[in-house]
Design a protein around this ligand. Structure first.
Ligand code: BGC
Length: 361
């Protein structure tokens, strides 16, 4: 029977079918080759890294000194559907440090905890991937604190981070696998590379004592810079995704941004060949690091601020997005409704060209 079947399928039409089948297999292999190298992590983590795809940061809301402190921005009920209908992933930056007691225990304020949990649950209920982090814990990285920051005893600063993760992990341990914890946004400044590695490993150990399998994100020093991947050693753990941030060309993306050296720059457009070459270099560095280590990457932040002209922002966004997607790297755009925002919260509408640059293929 089997032989007969083979003979029949090897007639001319059968041969054509066979050729198509071979082509299909070949093209699938090519597609597989384009996936990230996941040799250091579990299959589930690898699948998740690739499934994060398109995402957006709910920035300047829960990571502000208090919700509403930046431009009056708050997480509004209509944002859940608006984001879930258009993106696979939402990254929610959270400034827990301002909502926790000043002792080493860092007891998280219950009202704030409930608020975060409600927001996380709303996105999870819409089947989204949800990344929550510790954002703007400024005392870890800065000598002089900006206004609005709760200041604590220097001795308890790092312990508080660990105790915050202990509480978050205990509280959220039964949530969906689609919830991902990112240990710390953009380690930099006084938290040097060695200190960051040790703090990161301590935080991972604490989370693992409650949640052996939860997918965690960590990233390199110097603001999660791609160029610091070379000096980054991920925790020895099979459920880890590496978060990188990329704002090249920086003088374009951050022109007029008061908190950077580009604050006085203006009228810089995008994207010249020099600019795209710079962007490509960053992604080549990232892809090479992934190939040599086997840890999958996620682009946690990229974006251009509102001081740049809209057409250039669109050009930049499309180009950066494609660079990430060509390497099968999921991304979360910085950010939803503030100075880099793709949405206008006053008009209650997407900034259409930017929205299309993010969501249309
Ligand atoms: C910071 C934001 C900043 C953005 C771009 C984020 O990590 O939290 O405050 O606007 O990077 O610089």
């Amino acid at each position: 029977m089997k032989k007969n079947h083979l003979l029949i399928s090897l007639r001319p039409t059968g041969l054509v079918q066979l050729a198509f089948a071979l082509l299909l297999i070949l093209s699938q292999n090519i597609a597989l080759a384009e996936k990230q190298n996941c040799s250091a992590v579990s299959d589930k983590t690898c699948t998740t890294a690739h499934a994060l795809k398109k995402g957006i940061n709910l920035g300047n809301m829960l990571d502000a000194p208090w919700e509403g402190a930046v431009r009056g921005l708050k997480v509004e009920p209509e944002y859940f559907d608006l984001i879930a209908e258009n993106f696979n992933t939402v990254r929610i930056p959270i400034k827990w440090s301002n909502h926790a007691s000043t002792s080493k225990l860092a007891i998280i304020d219950e009202t704030f905890f409930q608020r975060v949990e409600m927001i996380v649950d709303k996105f999870l209920a819409r089947d989204m991937y949800v990344i929550i982090n510790v954002h703007h814990y400024n005392q870890l990285v800065m000598k002089n604190l900006p206004p609005g920051e709760v200041s604590v005893d220097e001795e308890v600063v790092k312990l508080r981070l660990l105790n915050m993760w202990q509480q978050i992990s205990l509280r959220f341990k039964n949530k969906s696998d689609k919830l991902i914890y990112e240990v710390l946004n953009e380690p930099n400044g006084k938290l040097n590379n060695t200190e960051w590695h040790s703090l990161m490993n301590d935080a991972v150990t604490i989370i693992r004592s409650n949640e052996p399998e939860r997918i965690l994100m960590v990233g390199p020093s110097d603001y999660n810079s791609i160029f610091s991947l070379a000096k980054f050693t991920p925790p020895k753990d099979r459920n880890i995704i590496i978060s990188i941030h990329d704002y090249t060309p920086f003088t374009f993306t951050h022109q007029g941004a008061s908190w950077t050296f580009a604050k006085d720059m203006k009228n810089i457009s995008c994207c010249s060949e020099t600019q795209t070459e710079e962007m490509k270099r960053a992604f080549i560095t990232a892809a090479n690091w992934n190939k040599s280590t086997g840890y999958p990457l996620h682009l946690g932040e990229f974006g251009a601020n509102e001081k740049a002209d809209m057409q250039s922002r669109v050009n930049y966004t499309k180009f950066a997005r494609k660079l990430a997607e060509n390497d099968s790297i999921g991304w979360t755009y910085w950010e939803f409704g503030s100075d880099f925002g793709a949405y206008d919260p006053k008009k209650k509408e997407w900034k259409q060209p930017l929205f299309e640059a993010l969501t249309h293929d």
